[in-house]
Design a protein around this ligand. Structure first.
Ligand code: IPM
Ligand code: MG
Length: 380
């Protein structure tokens, strides 16, 4: 039987993107060989790199490649110091990243945050808060809500003083948020299914004491929970959730949230383990070419301050590639092979600067490419 070729669009993008994507491809090639897979990896520009080459953050040729592919492995987009060069709608964050999520219907973002035993020193939490571990999966709605709803604009309005004495023009900005019951249902199912495969607890986050969308969210999530009797559901307001995640991280299993709240709580969860440099993410959509189409990228950004210096941590990108093998290609063994290799290399003391604890005995300081080499070599 001939092997199925898995088609991957590799979009390195900006900042540290190219150097960490290079390491992820190195590791994918090692897994391909060891596990007998067949991967077709084609690179294309995105972000400022694409603006420089083709005048557009998401060139048509890149979209065409993504359409032919079964998954996207993305590095990072955005360089804040170049923002003034482009109007905001054409900058990479909106014109490339949010556009890809929308265009490919990537409504479910998964951000697993797990503290590796060997990296406990990197967490800002006191040891007693870490005793019971940190193992949280943030499930974030990522194709709707505050990020996409209209109207959104900045205009001017006449403001009249309370006593009517003076009227003057002031700038005013409007954002909108909107979510339909079906959008809430589909992300809720992703959350409940994920919880069912884990510790069977789900915390649904909202601001139902203020927002209409949150009231609907709470109602719909409660309805859907009836289909998952084995999973324990609790509702939590977003401010409480942020507090509790820091004070009692062990309490959380799956955290289900809307777009903006998920963006924020994803980073709170990431802070628990100290470095964004080790955390992957997956943005999943529905089936394309018979597979779950997904975009896989590190939870962190382009980190322009350390770009091009061969010091960035490639682990988040490499673990994103593992998520790709698991979710889009259904190859759990290949995903596990990568995850085991990462664990082994971290346990052996390999450390890029972001995770090198001061005074940690016996560590091996390494560069981006040396970390990639070590992980590729540890693949079985
Ligand atoms: C993320 C990022 C993006 C988001 C930005 C760059 C638009 O923060 O992937 O979490 O908010 O979704
Ligand atoms: Mg974010």
């Amino acid at each position: 039987m001939s092997k199925t070729t898995l088609k991957i669009a590799a979009l390195a993008g900006d900042g540290i993107g190219p150097e960490i994507v290079r390491e992820a491809i190195k590791v994918l090639r090692a897994v391909e060989k060891k596990q007998g897979l067949s991967l077709e990896i084609v690179e294309a520009p995105i972000g400022w790199a694409a603006i420089d080459q083709e005048g557009k953050a998401l060139p048509d040729s890149t979209v065409a490649l993504c359409k032919k592919s079964e998954a996207i492995l993305l590095g990072a987009v955005g360089l804040h110091y170049r923002d003034a060069e482009m109007p905001k709608e054409k900058r990479p964050e909106r014109a490339a990243l949010l556009q890809l999520r929308k265009q490919f219907g990537l409504f479910a973002q998964l951000r697993p945050v797990k503290l590796a035993a060997s990296l406990a020193h990197a967490s800002p939490l006191r040891p007693e808060r870490l005793e019971k571990g940190v193992d949280v999966l943030v499930v974030r709605e990522s194709a709707g809500g505050d990020y996409y709803a209209y109207p959104r604009k900045t205009d001017e309005v006449i403001e009249v003083k309370e006593d009517g004495s003076t009227a003057h023009r002031v700038r005013r900005a409007i954002d909108t948020t909107a979510l339909s019951a079906s959008e809430i249902e589909r992300i809720a199912h992703v959350g409940f299914r994920a919880a069912w495969l884990r510790r069977k607890r789900i915390t649904s986050v909202d601001k139902a004491n203020v927002l209409e969308t949150s009231i609907l969210w709470r109602e719909v999530v409660t309805e859907i929970s009836g289909q998952y009797p084995d999973v324990t559901l609790e509702h939590m307001l977003v401010d409480t959730a942020a507090l509790q995640m820091v004070l009692r991280p062990w309490h959380f299993d799956v955290v289900l949230c809307g777009n903006m709240m998920g963006d924020i709580l994803g980073d709170v969860a990431a802070a628990l383990v100290g470095s964004l440099g080790t955390l992957p993410s997956a943005s999943l959509g529905t089936l394309r070419h018979g597979r779950t189409f997904g975009l896989y990228q590190p939870a962190g950004g382009s980190a322009p301050d350390i770009a091009g210096k061969n010091v960035a941590n490639p682990v988040a990108q490499i673990l994103s590639a593992a998520m790709m093998l698991r979710y889009s290609f259904g190859s759990d063994p290949a995903a596990k092979a990568i995850e085991a290799a990462v664990e082994k290399v971290l346990a052996a003391g390999y450390r890029t600067p972001d995770i090198a604890g001061p005074g940690e005995p016996g560590i091996k300081p390494v560069s981006t490419s040396q970390m990639g080499d070590a992980i590729a070599a540890a693949i079985r």
